[in-house]
Structure formats: C-alpha cells, structure tokens
Design a protein around this ligand. Structure first.
Ligand code: PEP
Length: 233
C-alpha cells in the first residue's frame, strides 16, 4: 500500500499567482525526491485553481475539498453554486475530501449529506477521503455504500482539537483510534491521520501510530515544509 500524503489548502491562497507559486515549488520539490514510488501525493487547492493545474500534475494527483451530492445524468443541473463529481472528474481530479470538520461546523454538513456526497464521488470514479473525528461518524456516512466501492474509500482521522491548533494528537491516542476505526470498518482501507502535522511529527504517525498516510492543512501551504514531510516518508 502506498503512503498517501494529502495537502488540504483550505480557503488559501487569495490569488492565482500565489497558488501557482506554491504549486510549482511543491511540484519541483516532489519531482526531485528519489524513491518516491511508495508515496502518493495529492494536492487539494480551492475549486477555482483546479483548472490551472490540470495539465501540470505528473508526480502527484489533484484533489478537491468538497463535492455536491446531486448527480444528474449529465452531471449538471439547476444547483446554483455547486460543483458536481463529474465536473471534478473532467477537471482531472482523482480525489475529493468529504466531511471535513470545518464543513460540518460552518456549513452544517450532516452524516446524511456526507453520505450522499460520498456516493456521488464514488459513483463517478473519484477516490473519496472521508474525514471523521469520532468512530460513531462512520456508520451513517457509509450507509448503503457497496463493499466493492470501498476500494476507493479512504478514512481520515482528524481530531478537531488538533486541526489548525499546532497541538497534534498524541501518538498513543492516534494509534489507538487507528486501531478502533480499523476494527469498526472491518475492511482493509487506507486510514490517514490529520491535525497539526509537520515535518517533525509526520514520520511518527506513520511508523509508530501505523497510519497509511497524512492529511496536511497549514503545513501544506509552506512548500519547503510540505516537501520535507513527503521526504520523511
Ligand atoms: C486539515 O485541515 O485537514 C488539517 C489537518 O489542518 P492542519 O494540518 O492545519 O491542522
């Protein structure tokens, strides 16, 4: 299984030129890494920058930070402001983050809407990264999703207290949660850790807490730091 490192840029940066600068530096840094066959890097910029990066990805994949749940035959429709899974797929996205705690908190996303988004993503061939803070969020989010689609499903354990705070979860607690989540899903899928990851603690979440990868927020906007994280894998 490849180690998966996902960069979540959140609502940053404010200009396309800055987005291109970060992207180019990350690309250069990742391209230079030798022995990167065992790592898959995914960059998730805001929707508006995705098309600028479509033809530039080589050593890593593009992802989105959210997706709309409706999935009409043509992948479009009368849903002002929304972005469908088909649109993301056609833009070259391979991944999508779903149910991030910031979306649950500020946009009142529920297990029900998250479940619909997961289905739309998986039905359109996107790999879905479901973010959870508690084990209890798994069951409803995965309701009605066929086991055969689990191969494109990734879970990210993101304790809310660790997101953007600079206070990561302890390795011991994270390891325990990893084990409990694995037991709850009963199937061999990738589980990532996210929450104040940096180049100092990244390796411990993989080697000691046994996660299959990392979801990186703040540190992914600092190209040098992000490339360092990838290198430690
Ligand atoms: C995130 O937003 O998914 C995240 C993990 O953020 P940070 O790394 O900044 O804590």
């Amino acid at each position: 299984m490849k180690t998966l490192i996902v960069a979540n840029w959140k609502c940053n940066p404010t200009t396309l030129s800055e987005a291109k600068r970060i992207f180019d530096l990350v690309k250069k840094g990742v391209d230079k890494i030798e022995n990167k066959k065992k790592v898959e890097v995914v960059v998730c910029p805001p929707f508006v920058y995705l098309s600028s990066f479509k033809f530039q990805v080589s050593s890593f994949k593009l992802g989105a930070q959210d997706v709309f749940w409706e999935n009409p035959p043509a992948g479009g429709g009368a849903f002002t402001g929304e972005i469908s899974a088909k649109m993301l797929k056609n833009l070259g996205c391979g991944y999508v983050i779903i149910g991030h705690s910031e979306r649950r908190k500020y946009f009142k996303e529920t297990d029900e809407t998250i479940n619909k988004k997961l289905k739309a993503a998986l039905e359109n061939g996107l790999k879905a990264i479901l973010c959870i803070d508690k084990k209890s969020q798994i069951k409803n989010a995965l309701k009605g999703i066929a086991k055969k689609q689990f191969k494109n499903l990734i879970l990210a354990y993101e304790p809310v207290f660790a997101i953007g705070t600079g206070k990561p979860c302890s390795i011991e607690k994270a390891r325990k949660m990893n084990f409990l989540i694995r037991k709850a899903v009963k199937i061999n899928i990738k589980i990532l850790y996210g929450g104040s990851v940096n180049s100092q603690n990244a390796a411990d979440f993989i080697k000691k807490a046994k996660f299959h990868g990392l979801l990186v927020g703040g540190a992914s906007l600092k190209p040098k730091e992000f490339v360092k994280i990838v290198k430690t894998m």
